[in-house]
Design a binder for this molecule. Structure first.
Ligand code: NAD
Length: 516
């Protein structure tokens, strides 16, 4: 297409080893696939980027055979040597940052800057994982029995299944794999059927690194297709851990399927994130944080700001400032860096956005900044919408839901910060939250046990844009999983408690006597 030519997309596809028709299944050295064909269209200009042959059940069996056999070797490679492979992978990502960032932008529709940012997150988690590979510590304990030593160690878990969402088509995989690999696991990834080329590009990069190091097939595997291909993993007893990122609807199905076979699941599901704006807030900072949070990635981040809970004393001031800021927003091709807002992922997402605005109106919402679909030159994909602001009540049914689009609900509170926290916590999701305040009392209250009930709680920062060093995830219907930094690695390993007796007697615990 014209856009692809103007922004060097064809060259990027070539550098990433992508063709017109791609095999969507891989165990490393070869790509194959005999399932149905899916086509990947760009939301940027509506053009066909490529076709993918998805994974059939027989292809899947081939993948699982390679993965289970690779695990037997990989688990015995010392962790720092596994870290060395992740280091090399990070280096390749540094070299391919531009083409991969471009592909993310073109296939998913986020801005080129955000595409590059996503690849940077992959690089960052690789660096983190390399250090971690020398620090997979367990504890030592004092035994109650004389001449005994007791300690715990972490062992690799096995084959980790990764199911990811369209909105972070490359980073979520890396958050999981970089840690899982240094932990000694092998990974099978099913990317979103809306961004399959990003998946193939990533697999090509790691496959090359593994091959160069003469490592076995199957340490990194790729499968492609819709939920039916995902179900092959959730029902597969050979997969001890399924890490699934996506909607709450999906998470509830996946959690039940995995629990039915007593497997482990790591769930990273939807959010309904709010910023509380207190009477003491810095209004300028608030506006920048809220606008970026609400319209960045066209409102398609799990941490996007959906609700602004503003104290009545500053309500009009905030309302005017944010309405004014929305007038400056430029909507258009995300590869063109002068635009602030790109497209939604597809026309189904546009329908959901329009329906949410209708519902908000029906429930009594007041449209402050009008939404709508953009038409004409540059908007031919039909996926570009105007960011909207609606004055609403937290109790509205639509406000309680996560609509994956740039709609910001403006809510009011009066009295103390506890009233704002009650609204902020008054939804089923529990991912990210923030307070804008210069009051120490309010900030500490917000972070206390009686404060935000989310996995992420920020002070004087918006809700989106987490760093990889902290554990990432949320409570309640967000699923409870934690990925990325801190001690999130522990979920990818199994813990073993070891007791060693170095005497010639066999004393029993709890003082029990058993003489023969
Ligand atoms: P989605 O739920 O439609 O799909 C996510 C993935 O799950 C896809 O790969 C899909 O094929 C797969 N899937 C769907 N049903 C399945 C089933 N029954 N069994 C196995 N696999 C199944 O989500 P989406 O539209 O791609 O992404 C948007 C959602 O993801 C939003 O709700 C967003 O908040 C959430 N998300 C959460 C995080 C987080 O870290 N908490 C990060 C990114 C996105």
């Amino acid at each position: 297409s014209k856009t692809a030519a103007a922004f060097g997309i064809d060259e990027a596809l070539k550098q990433l080893g992508l063709q017109e028709t791609n095999h969507g299944t891989s165990t490393g050295s070869e790509n194959f696939g005999s399932g149905d064909i899916i086509s990947s269209f760009s939301p940027v200009d509506g053009a066909l980027i490529g076709k993918i042959k998805t994974t059939s059940p027989a292809d899947y069996e081939k993948v699982m055979a390679a993965a289970t056999s690779a695990f037997k070797e990989w688990r015995m490679v010392p962790a720092p040597q596994r870290g060395e492979i992740v280091r090399q992978f990070g280096d390749r990502l540094r070299e391919l940052k531009e083409p991969l960032g471009k592909l993310v932008s073109y296939e998913m529709g986020k801005s080129y800057q955000e595409g590059l940012g996503e690849v940077q997150e992959m690089i960052d988690i690789c660096d983190f994982a390399v250090g971690l590979s020398r620090q997979l510590h367990g504890l030592t304990m004092h035994s109650e029995r004389p001449g005994h030593r007791m300690y715990e160690q972490y062992h690799p878990l096995g084959v980790v299944g990764i199911i990811s969402a369209f909105n972070f088509p490359v980073a979520v995989w890396a958050w999981n794999t970089a840690l899982a690999w240094v932990c000694g696991d092998v990974c099978v990834w099913k990317p979103s059927e809306k961004t399959p080329l990003c998946g193939i590009a990533c697999q090509n990069i790691i496959a090359e690194v593994l091959k160069k190091n003469n490592l076995p097939e199957g340490i990194s595997c790729l499968i492609n297709g819709d939920y039916k291909v995902g179900e092959l993993m959730t029902q597969d007893k050979r997969i001890p851990l399924v890490s699934a990122t996506g909607s709450i609807r999906m998470g509830k199905i996946v959690a039940q399927a995995v629990a039915a076979r007593l497997g482990k699941s790591l769930l990273e599901l939807g959010g309904n994130n709010a910023i509380i704006v207190s009477p003491d807030a810095d209004i300028k900072m608030t506006v920048i944080g809220a606008v970026f949070g609400a319209v960045g990635t066209a409102g398609q981040r799990c941490t996007s700001t959906r609700r602004l809970i503003v104290h009545e004393s500053v309500y009009d001031k905030v309302k005017d400032a944010i309405t004014e800021a929305y007038k400056q927003l430029k909507i258009g091709n995300p590869l063109d860096q002068s635009n602030h807002v790109g497209p939604l992922i597809d026309t189904d997402a546009v329908k959901m956005y329009l329906s949410a605005l209708e519902k908000a109106k029906k429930e009594g919402g007041n449209i402050l900044v009008e939404g709508g679909v953009l038409e004409g030159g540059g908007y031919a994909s039909g996926c570009y919408v105007k960011p909207a602001i609606v004055e609403a009540q937290n109790s509205f049914k639509i406000v309680q839901e996560e609509t994956f689009a740039p709609i910001l609900y403006l809510l009011k509170y009066s009295g103390g910060v506890e009233n704002a926290i009650e609204q902020q916590n008054g939804v089923v999701q529990g991912l990210s939250s923030a307070i804008m305040t210069n009051s120490l009392r309010e900030a500490e209250h917000f972070l206390s046990a009686a404060g935000s009930d989310c996995g992420i709680a920020n002070v004087n920062i918006g809700t989106s844009g987490a760093e990889i060093g902290g554990a990432f995830g949320g409570e309640k219907e967000t699923g409870g999983g934690r990925e990325s930094g801190s001690d999130a690695w522990k979920v990818y390993m199994r813990r073993q408690t070891n007791t060693i007796n170095y005497t010639t007697k066999l004393p029993l615990a709890q003082g029990i006597k058993f003489d023969l």
